[in-house]
Write a protein that binds this ligand. Structure first.
Ligand code: NAD
Ligand code: TDX
Length: 333
């Protein structure tokens, strides 16, 4: 099977490439990635000999079309992925998440290549902290940020291309991922590397916002489950029952790293900050038989802390730039 992995140099895509190489010798991988600030060239270096890497934009139709034609399946991880960036400059989010997905879809339609589109639970908006409901495949789209609005739009484009043009596509909407190779702009790696560099962790607002954490390896296992056994045209939610509030995540990181659990600062809240995400993944579990393996969040967090501790060469070059940029918009409360 020839698989084109777009965004394969980013956090989740690179983990997907590495785990696929380790478990699926029948799969040939091409990575198409623009290598934006979010891609660390070192991530794929150890597996570079086993894959083909093409540097380019999913919105570049002349580049994309022959690549899509030469593959059996496209797995689309490529995206601008950070909510905070989408609030300072949304333009690249529109270009990549909307126009880029549209460009892929047109090639998929032309060449009848299958597509699995990677998306997020943020398309459903947020839930109150005490709401007994969780997101399901039937929940109405209600995105809050430029990031989540462009991801929602990309999902709707995929659905329209399925219905109108009969392309073979599936969509997955996953909750917050953690694990190795995640950019230090995101909550968990930011706070781990803050502690490692002697900076106090930063919690937005009151810290009560809840995210539904899943290990990146479980997300990628679920993606292969959907590719193998999912029904064409359908959407599957991916989640591992991992709801934790941000304050607790940061206290756990401090505790696991031998620091006092109150050694963090509350900073300016994110504008429009979604309160809570929660996924009901019953459909994926009952219809396709998927179950998560990393169900102990604290132990997954401890492994992730070890990974960042042992890979400072991977994150140190970008750490100070990320913190300098955050310092422009975030004040300690
Ligand atoms: P990331 O920012 O770490 O990686 C994105 C990758 O896409 C980078 O390698 C970047 O260079 C590449 N890219 C960006 N624009 C591109 C373009 N125009 N053409 C080609 N490549 C481009 O993101 P991630 O966290 O790995 O997320 C991957 C996907 O999973 C995204 O679609 C995201 O919406 C989705 N997702 C992420 C999470 C999460 O918790 N991180 C949860 C659910 C869904
Ligand atoms: O320093 C921080 N302090 C803080 O309190 C950062 C970076 C974040 N936060 C909060 C904001 C969120 O409530 O932590 C939570 C997680 O923040 P992010 O890591 O930025 O993730 P989030 O905005 O929830 O989105 C993530 O999950 C869904 C990914 O970045 C998206 O790509 C994915 O779609």
């Amino acid at each position: 099977m020839r698989v084109l992995v777009t965004g394969g140099a980013g956090f989740i895509g690179a983990n997907f490439v590495r785990s696929t190489l380790a478990t699926r010798p029948d799969v040939e991988i091409t990575v198409l990635d623009k290598f934006t600030y979010a891609a660390n060239p070192r991530t794929l270096e150890p597996v570079a000999g086993a894959i083909t890497v093409v540097r380019g934009d999913i919105g570049d139709a002349a580049l994309v079309d022959p690549l899509v034609a030469a593959h059996d399946l496209v797995v689309n991880f490529a995206a601008e992925s950070h909510n905070d960036n989408s609030l300072t400059d949304p333009s690249s989010f529109v270009d990549t998440n909307l126009v880029g997905t549209y460009t892929l879809l047109e090639s998929v339609r032309r060449h009848r290549t299958a597509l699995h589109h990677i998306s997020t639970d943020e398309v459903y908006g947020d839930l109150d902290l005490d709401d007994p409901e969780r997101f399901t495949e039937a929940t109405a789209y209600n995105p809050s940020s430029p990031y989540s609005a462009t991801k929602a739009g990309s999902d709707l484009l995929v659905r329209a291309w399925v219905r109108s043009f009969g392309i073979t596509a599936t969509i997955s909407n996953c909750s917050n991922n953690y694990g190795p190779y995640q950019h230090v702009e995101k909550l968990i790696p930011r706070q781990i590397t803050n502690v490692l560099t002697g900076v106090r962790p930063k919690v937005y607002g009151d810290g009560a916002n809840v995210r539904d954490w899943i290990h990146v390896a479980d997300h990628n296992d679920a993606v292969w489950t959907i590719i193998d056994r999912g029904e064409p045209g359908q959407t599957y939610l991916i989640g591992a029952d991992g709801e934790v509030d941000n304050r607790t995540v940061v206290e756990d990181i401090l505790d696991l790293m031998g620091q006092p659990t109150d050694a963090f600062d509350f900073v300016t809240d994110r504008p429009g900050h979604d309160r809570r995400y929660a996924i009901d993944s019953t459909r994926l579990r009952t219809e396709l038989g998927w179950t998560p393996r990393f169900t102990d969040f604290r132990s997954g967090l401890a492994d992730t802390i070890d990974w960042y501790r042992n890979h400072s060469d991977w994150w140190e070059p970008v750490k100070s730039g990320v913190e300098a940029s955050y310092a422009k918009t975030q004040q300690t409360l």
